[in-house]
Design a protein around this ligand. Structure first.
Ligand code: ADP
Ligand code: MG
Length: 480
């Protein structure tokens, strides 16, 4: 039987507001436990939540970014359940009327094929605190700093058909929320968490029963968890069993999913509108202000890059992966005046150096302005591309400009014909046997043998002789 995997994702993106969604407490990550939760976050008697307008602005930006219906009227509801990290006894979320309605994003698959993935809705809600099960010797620690942190929960349609499609979709949402500046996307810190709903079915039939894999915090684990779960369900069905609807946890150490709770044990959340919060009514002026500073989005930016800078699909894709990298590239093009040279350096030397140091482009010790200075010296033939790599290394480790390094290390390219001729003559003298062989050889062999002489000249000139001139002079000299 041919089985088809069906996946829908629920993504929790932590919104990058300074304060919580209903209180003025800080959302900064990494503070001492229980120093950043105030009375509102704890739900103490007599306090009232006040909606953070910035969180609403961010939801509006997201709606626009995925071409979704923005709901002009949305309602906060209480989702009731008991858990130690939720002292209020309920989570404030949106249920029947979420702020963001239907939208979609486009994903690109490995073979370059594009697919549209539906987004059912996205709603605002508060995060709960964190239960700490390690380090407490049989006890559970509770850190409430995260309680009340604003989240946008983004719910997809069950539109994905493989783990890699699900990863492509999750990456796309990750890219978008980072581009529009509403989420820092830091998965280790839990700012971007994914729940994967997975089911399988014989191709062409109705949806199968799904399992929900909770709180996956890396793209790699997402792929593995889905693959494991689909296999598990297929094995189960093929051996005559039945999939039960349940919540499962992925264990990366053992690369398997385990049951957490079944549907029978599932909570009845008894949702009802929160009487402490008014419905959110958005007027035109508020929406317009929220969208005033929308940046160019990844897809249009990728298309513009291809066109404007004559890049290949994959170059444009790579350079627009993050807004920061795209900004760096464009700044470099402005500085260097050569889009082709710029893409070669950003995807070549710079990418390799960033990778080696394990840092992001925003932390690059060489700014676009400084790198631009180096590329200008390549364009005007002050140095060769090869020497430029040497200059780049020096720039990486210090703060000197390309200009200063070229001068202080005497790296200027030798373009003086007399000087190059001198070196060429020297090489010819020193290798008479090879010269003789060259003269006897046919065109084909000569082309191959020339490399040896070029290498000798470059070595003697410490890489500084202009390679084009060296080639021309050698050809002339060797056949004289
Ligand atoms: P719940 O209210 O239990 O969270 P929803 O209907 O809101 O359920 O769906 C949650 C997520 O599960 C959505 O992303 C949806 O696309 C996905 N989903 C629903 N049914 C299936 C299924 N049979 N297989 C895979 N994913 C599914
Ligand atoms: Mg759900």
């Amino acid at each position: 039987m041919h089985w088809e995997t069906v996946i829908g994702l629920e993504i929790h993106a932590q919104l990058a507001t300074r304060s919580k969604i209903f209180s003025g407490a800080s959302t900064a990550f990494g503070a001492e436990p229980n120093t950043q939760a105030c009375g509102v976050d704890l739900g103490l008697p007599g306090v009232l939540p006040v909606l953070n307008r910035e969180a609403v602005v961010m939801a509006i930006r997201f709606a626009a970014a995925i071409g979704a219906q923005l709901q002009r009227r949305s309602i906060f509801a209480r989702k009731n359940y008991f858990y130690p990290d939720l002292p209020k006894g309920y989570q404030i979320s949106q249920f029947e009327l979420p702020i963001v309605g239907n939208g979609s994003v486009e994903i690109m698959l490995a073979d370059g094929e594009q697919r549209q993935i539906g987004v059912t809705r996205a709603h605002l809600e508060e995060d709960a605190g964190k239960s700490l099960h390690e380090d407490f010797h049989g006890l559970t620690g509770i850190d409430l700093n995260r309680a009340g942190t604003p989240l946008l929960e983004i719910v997809s349609e069950p539109d994905m058909r493989s783990a890699s499609e699900a990863v492509a979709y999750a990456r796309k949402i990750h890219q978008i929320v980072r581009y529009i500046g509403i989420c820092d996307g830091n998965m280790q810190e839990g700012s971007f968490r994914v729940d994967a709903n997975v089911s399988v079915r014989p191709q062409g039939e109705g949806l199968g029963t799904r399992a929900e894999l909770k709180n996956i915090n890396s793209f790699r684990f997402l792929e593995r968890a889905i693959n494991f779960e689909a296999e598990r369900q297929i094995d189960l069905l093929e051996s005559g069993g039945k999939v039960v609807q349940e919540t499962r946890l992925y264990d990366p150490d053992r690369d398997e999913t385990r049951s957490m709770r079944s549907k029978e044990e599932a909570n009845d959340y008894r949702y009802f509108p929160d009487p402490d919060l008014l419905p959110v009514e958005l007027d035109d002026a508020f929406v317009a202000a929220a969208l005033a500073a929308m940046p160019e989005l990844p897809d249009p930016r990728r298309a513009r890059f291809s066109e404007e800078y004559a890049l290949t699909q994959s170059e444009a894709l790579q350079l627009t992966a993050s807004r920061e990298l795209a900004d760096y590239y464009e700044a470099l093009v402005r500085e260097a005046g050569d889009a082709r040279l710029a893409v070669n350096w950003v995807t070549g030397e710079l990418a390799a150096a960033l990778n080696r140091s394990g840092i992001e482009v925003t932390q690059s010790p060489i700014s676009a302005e400084r790198l631009g200075g180096l590329l200008r010296r390549i364009s005007d033939s002050t140095i060769s591309g090869k020497i430029a790599k040497q200059v780049f290394e020096s720039m990486w480790g210090g703060s000197d400009s390309a200009e200063e390094i070229i001068e202080s290390q005497g790296l200027r390219q030798i373009t003086d014909a007399d000087a190059i001729e001198g070196i060429v003559a020297h090489v010819v003298e020193a290798n008479l046997q090879q010269v003789e062989a060259y003269r006897q050889a046919d065109q084909n062999r000569r082309a191959k043998m020339l490399g040896f002489f070029v290498g000798q000249v470059m070595k003697l000139s410490k890489g500084k002789a202009n390679p084009q001139q060296v080639n021309e002079l050698l050809r002339k000299k060797l056949t004289q």
